[in-house]
Design a protein around this ligand. Structure first.
Ligand code: SF4
Length: 337
């Protein structure tokens, strides 16, 4: 297109972040970005681009939206910004089933299967079947043995943790890589009811501050549960390389992502606050801040805003530790019966 406007381009390149770049005392822009020459590939696609321009212009001149149904195209190659509009009035009950993967739901929708009663069983995995059966019967599914093995028995730990994690595109500390997950704080709820919160003082390296606190707890032979995704696990693995063997901290999120517990009322399998609220263990609470916004609020530069936001961040994390304790108590009760 640019060449068609009369501007001569010698090369066309894509510049992207070098995931392997490790920050030293100063940013090395030549190492931070990688450049790849794609001139040949772009030239080869010129005919295709012209066809797309013609088709796009035709679509723009239509009086009504094209008669194309919503489905996997709305997520590939990336989620479309118009989903809020196009999906608003669609009656696709299958979308509301958190236990089925997005990929599987979209595959069904593309084939016109939008309701749970239409789902063809032979295509389902064992995990999918547990989910569908729970929805059809209205009964929760519970694999007591598996849950017992993840919890390490049927007793409570010493404490529950909610980690606060950030991923910076531009590394700020020596040795950090772009988007490397870094735990900058956590909230702790003891089984006895006491709460504590820790946030790295701004400007300090969170890895040192947080790991020293956790190390003290580990040395006291305490045991804790947390609920976290891969980013939390990655950040912890760097702090405690031998953690997998020590049983100091146990991630219980696999109970839900692996569908070892599933309640048809659940609205999520990866958000502990939504899980406990949707299955009725506690009423919906306000003041919960998403993990992404927790990191954004922590990084705000204004010290006055920080003081206010730090309190909100701590409160939000404390809510999640409460959720964790509630669900663990509930599961322990179930596996004991
Ligand atoms: S959400 Fe986007 S891709 Fe899906 S139907 Fe609407 S405009 Fe098309």
């Amino acid at each position: 297109m640019i060449a068609g406007s009369g501007l001569h381009l010698e090369t066309i390149s894509i510049i992207y972040l070098n995931a392997a770049y490790s920050f030293k005392s100063q940013l090395d822009i030549n190492q931070y970005f990688q450049t790849i020459d794609v001139t040949r590939e772009v030239v080869k696609k010129q005919d295709w681009v012209i066809e797309q321009i013609v088709a796009s212009k035709e679509a723009l001149e239509l009086k009504k939206s094209p008669a194309i149904s919503a489905g996997s195209r709305c997520y590939q190659p990336y989620p479309c910004d118009f989903r809020g509009h196009c999906w608003k009035n669609l009656n696709y009950p299958i979308v509301e089933i958190p236990g089925l993967s997005l990929h599987r739901k979209l595959d069904f929708i593309d084939r016109g299967i939008v309701d749970i009663t239409e789902i063809p069983y032979p295509e389902l995995t064992k995990t999918d079947i547990k989910v569908i059966e729970a929805h059809k019967s209205g009964n929760e599914f519970i694999d007591k043995e598996k849950i017992r093995s993840i919890l390490g028995g049927d007793s409570q730990p010493d404490f529950y943790l909610k980690f606060m994690v950030m991923r910076l595109a531009l590394p700020a500390f020596e040795g950090m890589k772009p988007y490397e997950p870094l735990i900058f704080g956590f909230s702790l709820l003891r089984t006895t009811g006491e709460t504590e919160s820790y946030l790295t003082p701004p400007g300090s390296y969170p890895g040192n501050y947080i790991s020293e606190i956790l190390q003290r707890m580990k040395d006291e032979d305490q045991r804790g549960f947390y609920f976290g995704d891969d980013t939390v696990e990655q950040a912890l693995a760097r702090m405690f390389p031998d953690e997998a063997e020590s049983h100091f901290l146990t991630n219980i999120s696999g109970i839900f992502s692996g569908v070892h517990y599933y309640n048809p009322s659940q609205t999520s399998i990866d958000n502990i606050d939504l899980i406990v609220e949707s299955i009725g263990l506690i009423q919906a609470r306000t003041g919960v801040i998403s993990d992404v916004m927790t990191g954004v609020n922590y990084l705000k530069a204004d010290p006055e805003i920080q003081v206010h936001d730090f309190e909100a961040i701590k409160k939000s994390a404390a809510i999640s530790t409460e959720s964790l304790k509630l669900i663990v108590e509930y599961l322990i009760q179930k596996i004991r019966n």
